[in-house]
Design a protein. Structure first.
Length: 315
């Protein structure tokens, strides 16, 4: 059932105990949103727990309360399960098995499957963090400095630090207000942009796989399974093919194993969420992802066919 943001806050604050979760392969929006909401519940003295069925990339170590995030290992009783930034129940992993409570979902993915009992969906919001900050504003709550840092991180990371097409005047207004709460944007940017040298060597390796196909409109890189095994964060690498002149769609293939390939898609105009959705994935119009249970070569072939026909349509 679709609900308004004020209904969402009514459901949230009527609960005596909540579990907050987000999607596997957590990003800045997922983690920042989870932590900001957790801190709000703590402030309101509502029993809240944070659950996430994945590792937390060390990149986010500057965020407060990360140690409060638990892996789902046993059944948990709660009045409400709040799912943030996840468009599909599969995206929360084992959390759904261990928490049997009504599900409230706050999300901004246009591909949201409507899995939750209560859904507030705003596909125009740059981030789930923007939705959450709207909720703070609606409740008349000024976030403390650390909570504001969580919200700012959520918003800034999902709009490429205010450069992507999803950046709106609200995105910038919210960021400005969060700075008034004490956020230091240079510290957030530095924490997120500083990488170990090994990550740059991995980048060199991955950039060697760069291919430009379909008359220069598609650029892709491939992360081989041995590179993935090192455990380096490779998510940003898609920005390199994405930045090439004339490229409409950028693709990153990750060879998870011999028979499974994960695909990230970025575009300038083409609706890549529709392509991702056709392979059982999802995302946003200009940033989406999916997986194909095939070896790399076959996955590539299928994606190129889908991308070629999407490019035909926008001609
Ligand atoms: Mn998001």
């Amino acid at each position: 059932m679709n609900i308004s943001l004020s209904q969402a806050s009514q459901y949230m604050f009527a609960a005596e105990s909540v579990v907050i979760t987000g999607h596997v392969h957590p990003d800045g929006d997922c983690l920042g949103s989870m932590l900001a909401l957790f801190r709000l519940f703590q402030q309101k003295r509502v029993k809240a727990r944070l659950l996430l069925d994945d590792e937390i990339p060390s990149l986010y170590a500057f965020l407060p309360d990360l140690h409060e995030i638990e892996r789902p290992i046993e059944p948990i009783e709660a009045d409400l399960l709040i799912v943030l930034d996840a468009s599909d129940i599969e995206r929360i992993g084992k959390v759904r098995e261990y928490v049997s409570a009504p599900v409230l979902n706050l999300d901004h993915h246009i591909s949201n499957t409507g899995f939750a009992d209560y859904l507030f969906l705003d596909p125009l919001a740059a981030a789930t963090g923007s939705i959450l900050y709207s909720l703070f504003r609606q409740e008349g709550i000024k976030p403390d400095e650390l909570t504001a840092t969580c919200l700012y991180t959520a918003i800034a990371t999902d709009c490429g630090f205010f450069r992507y097409a999803n950046t709106t005047s609200d995105t910038l207004r919210y960021a400005a207000e969060l700075l008034d709460c004490g956020v230091q944007p240079a510290l957030v940017a530095e924490a997120l942009e500083t990488k170990p040298a090994s990550n740059i060597f991995t980048l060199i390796h991955v950039l060697e796989t760069l291919e430009i196909v379909l008359e220069g409109k598609v650029a892709c890189v491939t992360v081989a399974s041995d590179v993935l095994e090192i455990g380096e964060s490779t998510d940003d690498f898609i920005n390199y093919p994405r930045s090439i002149e004339g490229v409409e769609v950028a693709i990153m293939f990750k060879q998870t194993d011999a028979s499974f390939t994960r695909i990230s898609l970025r575009s300038r105009n083409v609706d890549v969420s529709a392509i991702a959705l056709s392979f059982g994935g999802g995302g946003h119009k200009r940033a989406a992802g999916c997986s194909i249970a095939s070896p790399l070569d076959e996955a590539k072939r299928q994606i190129f066919v889908a991308v070629a026909s999407a490019l035909e349509e926008v001609k």
